[in-house]
Design a protein around this ligand. Structure first.
Ligand code: FES
Ligand code: FES
Length: 210
């Protein structure tokens, strides 16, 4: 019997499962063209404002001290993506509606598109890149995404994973209804919420076993 499609080796020697695993570790995902063609100049906008002055500050991101020049009106999502190169954090709506930009601040999920970077000074910021172990072992929730193949395009995946990881810190053994409610601030344009919830519930199970 043939192996499932995601296990089959492609002509370039990469299985779909291996490819997705790499994508999930970095939080990389397929992007909409409108998103792809927006550069930091358009996204920041503020750069052209008179008086937009950057100040050097130190952030604690994924367990590391990062020195970065930040404008006073700069959002954390912008700093993570365009100053620190942590592009696993996605920008969907950029106005607190979709949850694609979710990161943990002191272990609590927040929309990084709506947090000014200077307000997280002295706090612990965790993005999707900070979940895996130093040896490359995926976080149990990331592993569940691989195992369940829970997302279609996966643009929303980093946000869902970060929201789930944050929620499980407060309720490690949720019912599906509780978890669905806990991550209801995240939206998926592909609309496959049942598969996403199944993957996230498996992540909860993986965490209890870990
Ligand atoms: S990009 Fe932040 S909530 Fe949509
Ligand atoms: S936006 Fe495509 S899987 Fe969620």
């Amino acid at each position: 019997m043939n192996a499932p499609i995601y296990m089959q080796e492609q002509p370039n020697g990469v299985t779909r499962r291996k490819f997705i695993k790499g994508v999930i570790a970095a939080g990389a995902a397929v992007s909409a063209s409108a998103y792809l063609f927006r550069g930091p100049e358009q996204l920041f906008g503020q750069g052209s404002l008179p008086g937009a002055v950057e100040r050097l500050m130190t952030l604690t991101v994924n367990g590391q001290q990062r020195r970065v020049d930040v404008m006073k009106q700069e959002t954390l999502a912008m700093t993570l993506r365009y100053k620190l190169g942590l592009t696993g954090t996605k920008l969907g709506c950029d106005r607190s509606e979709c949850g694609a930009c979710t990161v943990l601040i002191d272990d609590v999920p927040h929309y990084s598109c709506s947090i000014l970077t200077h307000t997280v000074r002295g706090k612990k910021v965790t993005s999707i890149e900070g979940l895996e172990s130093p040896d490359g072992t995926l976080h149990p929730v990331q592993q569940a995404v691989v195992d369940e193949q829970g997302f279609q395009c996966a643009f929303c995946m980093p946000g869902f994973v970060m929201s789930t990881v944050g929620f499980l810190k407060t309720n490690p053994n949720p019912t599906p209804e509780q978890l669905a409610h806990g991550i209801s601030g995240n939206l998926c344009r592909c609309m496959d919420y049942n598969k996403i919830l199944t993957a996230m519930m498996r992540g909860a199970e993986n965490m209890r076993r870990a």
